[in-house]
Design a protein around this ligand. Structure first.
Ligand code: NAD
Ligand code: IPM
Ligand code: MN
Length: 361
């Protein structure tokens, strides 16, 4: 039995509520497979600002680097929304991603068969959808320089950011996406805005070049505006999508509506060497924080991705995923996925969903 060292970052809002469910589930599923976890709790986001003045204390990054993997819930909230951008909780999240060089953000959007009717889209459109969004996570407009505020020649205030990618940055994310596509449906769609942006022209060129090493993968290209539309018109067209930081952010929230809720989507942010960060796609949901109303399943599925990718304990991942499937089969629905009048379902709190999940591990 190996003791897996996990850096646990509950963060803000619903973060601590869903993290409690995920760590308990992980420990139980691990014990069944003879695996043990050592949790090191650290501060990030608003909680870290309140305690230390910094959104990512040095100690948190150091602990993360020494761990086998990082499990992160969510950061942010109204309380910190008026801070200058360099001091906001979100900067802590960006800093830990950059600090661990977690450049590849894998965001699967899979529609559980039990929920094909919870999507705002028609069942026949979403049933069987299985998309993997590969989002570049430590570059692009989130990190590009120059950025800031200034004054233009007319003396008016301006705000500006820079969308920039280097060839090696595009190449490494493209390789991750081609490798993933090779193991799945062998179709990769690169999403950009090369009809307008130079950064996207470079992106497309490099993706085409990398694609020469993957003749078995069918490569297509789509502009972001069209992709946003096609994702709703015909989501089953997509297998793997590769895209830059901001487009990937937006498309993954959009893709969550295929499954019916943001509360269902997990993600893995990995570098290929060193610990990855396993985090739901959603945020800290301040509108429902403290009400025991959050859906913990995206967090639990993120823990499952951690077991599969970083910790190489697929049997623990299988157990967590099977338990998620079982609670959905049993008709349990948190508010975000509850649809009034659906036979055999009932509205539950986060803690009840958690307790029921434990029974199925
Ligand atoms: P959000 O994802 O927190 O919430 C959007 C909507 O989805 C809300 O109505 C929320 O109640 C609902 N929702 C999200 N997760 C849910 C869950 N697990 N169960 C049930 N409902 C859920 O996005 P937002 O409101 O735009 O942002 C809130 C804060 O979270 C901001 O400070 C933002 O910067 C931050 N944020 C953090 C992360 C992260 O930590 N990875 C991601 C996105 C947003
Ligand atoms: C996400 C979030 C973050 C992002 C924010 C909170 C910095 O929206 O993880 O999707 O934009 O990457
Ligand atoms: Mn987002």
């Amino acid at each position: 039995c190996k003791v897996h060292k996990v850096c646990v970052l509950p963060g803000d809002g619903i973060g601590p509520e869903i993290m409690e469910v995920a760590t308990k589930a992980l420990s139980i599923a691990g014990a069944k497979e003879g695996e043990e976890f050592e949790y090191k709790y650290c501060l990030i986001g608003g909680a870290a600002i309140d305690a230390t003045g910094k959104p990512l204390p040095d100690e948190t990054l150091a602990t993360a680097k020494e761990s086998d993997a990082v499990l992160l819930a969510a950061i942010g909230g109204y309380k910190w929304d008026s801070l200058p951008s360099a001091q906001r909780p979100e900067r802590g999240l960006l800093a830990i991603r950059a600090g661990l060089n977690a450049f590849a953000n894998l965001r699967p959007a899979i529609v559980p068969r039990q929920l094909a009717d919870s999507s705002p889209l028609k069942r026949e459109l979403v049933e069987g959808v299985d998309i993997l969004i590969v989002r570049e996570l430590v570059g692009g407009i989130y990190f590009g320089q120059p950025r800031g505020f200034g004054t233009n020649e007319k003396g008016e205030r301006i705000g500006f950011n820079t969308d920039v990618y280097s060839e090696p940055e595009v190449e490494r994310i493209a390789r991750v996406a081609f490798e993933a596509a090779r193991k799945r449906g062998k179709r990769l769609c690169s999403v950009e805005k090369s009809n307008v942006l130079e950064v996207s022209q470079l992106w497309k060129e490099v993706v085409i070049r990398v694609g020469k090493d993957y003749p078995d993968v069918e490569l297509s290209h789509m502009y972001i505006d069209n992709a946003a539309m096609q994702l709703l018109r015909n989501p089953k067209y997509f297998d793997v999508i590769v895209t830059g930081n901001i487009f990937g952010d937006i498309l993954s929230d959009e893709a969550s509506m295929l499954a019916g809720s943001l509360g269902l989507l997990p993600s893995a942010s990995i570098s290929g060497s060193g610990p990855g960060i396993y985090e739901p796609v959603h945020g800290s949901a301040p509108d429902i924080a403290g009400k025991d109303a959050a859906n913990p399943l995206a967090m639990v599925l993120s823990a499952a991705m951690m077991c599969r990718y970083d910790l190489s304990i697929p049997k623990v991942a299988d157990r967590l995923e099977a338990a998620v499937n079982a609670v959905l089969d049993a008709g349990l629905r948190t508010g975000d996925i509850y649809k009034d009048g659906t036979a055999g379902t009932r509205l539950v709190k986060c803690s009840e969903m958690g307790a029921e999940l434990m029974k199925h591990l």
